[in-house]
Each structure stands twice: as C-alpha cells, then as structure tokens.
Design a protein around this ligand. Structure first.
Ligand code: DSN
Length: 472
C-alpha cells in the first residue's frame, strides 16, 4: 500500500530523528497517541494542520534575522524576508489591519512589544523631542536617568485576574506588573459581566496610560467600541489582547463592536489558540505605532524564529479560506451546546453561559475546589484546567472553577451532539467526586473514572485526529 504525503513526511522525519536519539522519536510518536486519545478541552489549545507543523521543521531554524523585512542586521535573509512578508500580508488581510508584526515568540512577548511600543511613542519620543535629540544615546546622563524613571512609572488599567484577565496585563508575578503601576476592573458580582460604567469610573480616577482589554477566562464578548471611548475619554492608549479569541475574529464571528481591530490602537495575539496556527505571537496596529512595533527585536525579543514565521504564514493562509469562518462559528456553537448541556444538568456557570469559545464552571456547586475537579476529570480521560472564578474563595492556586474550551474538539470535527455527551460525562464525574481532607484531595471511584474514560474514548472514535497521518 502506498502511503499518502502526510504519513510519508512524518514517518520519514521520525526515522531521521530516531537514528540520532530514538527516545525523542518515541516521545513525539507518544505525544500524537496521547493527543489522539484525550478529550482535550483546554480552552487555549488546538491542533495545527500538518502543513503548519511541517513548515516548522527545517533549516529556517538555523538563520539569524534580527531587524525586519528588508532591514536586517544580518546578511542572507532574503528567504526569511519572503516568509515574514507573507505572514504579515496574510495577517493584515485576514484582520483588516494596517500593520502586522509576526516575530513575537509567544503572547507574553507580543504584549511586551506592544507595551514598549506604546511607552516609546507616548513617553520616550516626547522626552527626546524636549531634549532636542534624535535618539537615547544622545541624552545627557541626567536626562536619561529622568527618562528611565518616567518609563518605569506609568499606569495600566486591565481586567482583574479572577474576572478572567491575564497575568501579563500588569500583574505582579509577571514583568508587566513590575513595569507598571496597575489597577484592575472586575465584573459585576450579580451578572459576572463587565460593567462598562465601572470601567469608565476606574479610568477617570486612575488615568492610565494604557487601557487593556482581553481575557483568558471570560466567557462573553467585549464591546471594544465602548472600551475605546473610555480610553479616549482619559487619553489612554487602547490595547486589546485577543489571544484567546483571535480565531473568532479571523472567522468573522466577532464583528462590529466586538472586533477589536478597528477600535484598538494596538492588538496582540498568540497564533496557536483558536487561530489554530503554530505556537507564537503577533502584533497588529495602525501606522502611528508601526515603526515602534517593528523595533520589537532586539528591543524586547531575541532573534526571530523564521521557521515559526513560515508556519504562521501557512496557518494564516489557511485562516483566510472560507471554511475557517465555518470552523469559527462551530467553535461557538459547540461552546454554547456544552454550556446548555451543563446548565441543563444543574451546573453553575460563570455568567450563566457563553458567547465565545469557553465555559467556566463554578465547581463550588459540586462541593469541590477547582484543583479537585481538574484531577478527577483528568482521571476520567477529560483534560481541562482549573481557573479562578470572580471573587474566588479558594484563591488562584486551588481555585473554584474549571475552564473548558471547544477550539480543539471542534478542529477534530465534534459537533453539538457530542458536546451534550461531553457535558454528561463532566457532570457525572463532578457529581460522583467528593472533597477529601484537603483542597487538593478528593475521592472518586476508580471504576467510575475508568468507565468515563472509555466513554470519552468512544466519543472520539468517529473523529480521528490527523486522519491522514499513519505513523505505522
Ligand atoms: N496560558 C494561556 C491560557 O491557558 O489561557 C494564556 O496565556
């Protein structure tokens, strides 16, 4: 039997790797087997296409390419220029952005590039102008000292962590929290929704340089038009981190007031979540910030990863195809079916449901902590992650929530009927698990966990992962 191109490509690659370090080849094969068998409901994960994966495994990895397209600090970057320019072009077209910077290695990197572009534009450039010099090296020691203090003493307003915000939006364990004086806006305790009047009030009181919107655990849409109005009212730069929902923007599920690109001064994202690309980051902006953003490497980033930019170009080309819009809509349809399946069985969800790709279960209704629920579900073949809920009584480590997302299972082809079956499995495990003697301990009958694991596997049998890839 002749093998198809995908099987041949991956088999050949593993053969070459196996000849050097067989344990790595084995681990790669085992990872595919594990991913094929698990009911992956981690909201930030997905499955990139074989073309995207293959674009990363090549000699682009060997090239240094600091700088940007056509303006490099190294010679011989003509082919890197080709893929970087292609990735940026696809990103601009896909999102309707004036400028795209595709070098960030991750979401944190993309956010740092954006923060420093804003600081350069709003703080550094005026200081250079005032001192009548063109670049920082020309400042006197005293002016440089004063500028450094000013750069390190700016304000940021972002969504609180327990309301679903992200660590990189100015929280102390992340470098953004050490760089900025940060305040948070939360959600309405009664509804779990963003209260825009409260955001406006916080902005008026705090007067941030940067207003950040975006989340990793908020199950609703955000009105970016209103957020921009709030930013404008206090002279703040409006930044949106759309890492979680970039696929829904690309697929035109989030349009108008809910599409961040026309409203924000600058938008950051990862490329590997709902966008279904390689692991990496990206920044979109208008012409005003483009030059500062393009200084991301070496300002913030280490050398660009040309092999990953090649894969970004492939994945973004895929996202421009008409079937991606269908995929994006099915992500949301599935999340809503999952939410309905859970609430119909008595689960308590933060905000009562979802408008996007994720659902947040408040597991205190089952008498569990997030940590206990996460482990009990994992024992039962269901991969999720624990997450804080608003005003979480169990804190950020044990938490009281389970975050569930549908991008990965939707990529596999599961639909709303399978989401209802998934809700049944989750509800069964959570109702049958009891709290143990600590916030981490729990009791779940192993026979029940095995039974649910088998049911979860059966649910996946009609939806093979990478059906074209046979590793033999
Ligand atoms: N780690 C990602 C998530 O799971 O949401 C965000 O950084």
């Amino acid at each position: 039997m002749s093998l198809n191109a995908e099987s041949t490509a991956f088999r050949s690659a593993l053969e070459v790797i196996r000849a050097v370090e067989p344990r790595v080849a084995d681990a790669i094969g085992a990872e595919l087997a594990d991913q094929r068998e698990s009911l992956k409901l981690i909201a930030s994960e997905n499955y990139a296409s074989p073309a995207t994966l293959l674009a990363m495994g090549n000699w682009f990895s060997d090239k240094y390419a600091e700088g940007t397209v056509g303006r490099r600090f190294y010679a011989g970057c003509q082919n890197v220029d080709t893929v970087e320019a292609l990735a940026a072009e696809h990103a601009r077209e896909l999102f309707g952005a004036a400028h795209a910077y595709v070098q960030p290695h991750s979401g944190i990197d993309a956010n740092l590039v954006a923060f420093w572009a804003i600081l350069a534009d709003r703080v550094e450039s005026p200081a250079l102008k005032k001192a009548q010099v063109r670049q920082v090296n020309e400042l006197t020691e005293a002016d440089w000292f004063a500028l450094r203090r000013e750069l390190g003493n700016q304000r940021m307003l972002g969504m609180s962590l327990d309301a679903g915000g992200h660590l990189t939006h100015g929280f102390r364990p992340n470098i953004s929290g050490k760089m900025f004086d940060q305040r948070s806006y939360g959600t309405d305790p009664a509804t779990g929704l963003i209260d825009y009047d409260k955001v406006a009030e916080a902005a008026r009181e705090f007067k941030p340089l940067i207003l950040v919107a975006g989340y990793s655990a908020y199950p609703r849409k955000v009105n970016f038009r209103i957020m921009r109005e709030i930013a404008d009212s206090v002279g703040a730069t409006f930044m949106v981190d759309m890492a979680h929902f970039a696929g829904l923007v690309a697929g035109k599920v989030f349009t108008g007031d809910f599409d961040p690109v026309p409203h924000a001064h600058i938008v950051t994202t990862t490329t590997h979540k709902s966008l279904r690309g390689p692991r990496g980051g990206m920044v979109l902006c208008g012409p005003e910030l483009a030059d500062q953003v393009d200084r991301g490497c070496p300002m913030v980033l280490g050398g660009p990863l040309p092999h990953v930019m090649a894969a970004k170009a492939v994945a973004l080309a895929e996202a421009r195809r008409p079937d991606f819009a269908d995929y994006a809509q099915r992500i949301v349809d599935n999340a809503q079916a999952l939410a309905e399946g859970l609430t119909g069985r008595g689960a308590k969800l933060v905000t009562g449901g979802t408008d996007n790709h994720l659902v947040l279960i408040d597991v205190t209704g089952y008498g569990l902590t997030g940590r206990q629920a996460e482990q009990a579900l994992l024992d039962s073949g269901i991969v999720t992650n624990r997450n804080a809920v608003p005003q979480d009584p169990n804190g950020a480590w044990y938490t009281s929530g389970i975050r569930i997302g549908t991008p990965a299972l939707t990529s596999r082809g599961l639909g709303t009927a399978e989401m209802d079956a998934t809700a049944e499995l989750i509800h069964t495990v959570l109702t049958q698990t009891t709290s143990g003697e600590s916030k981490a301990k729990y009791v779940l009958d192993p026979a029940l966990a095995d039974k649910v694991s088998r049911q979860a596997s059966e649910l996946l049998t009609s939806f093979p992962l990478y059906p074209g890839v046979d590793l033999g």
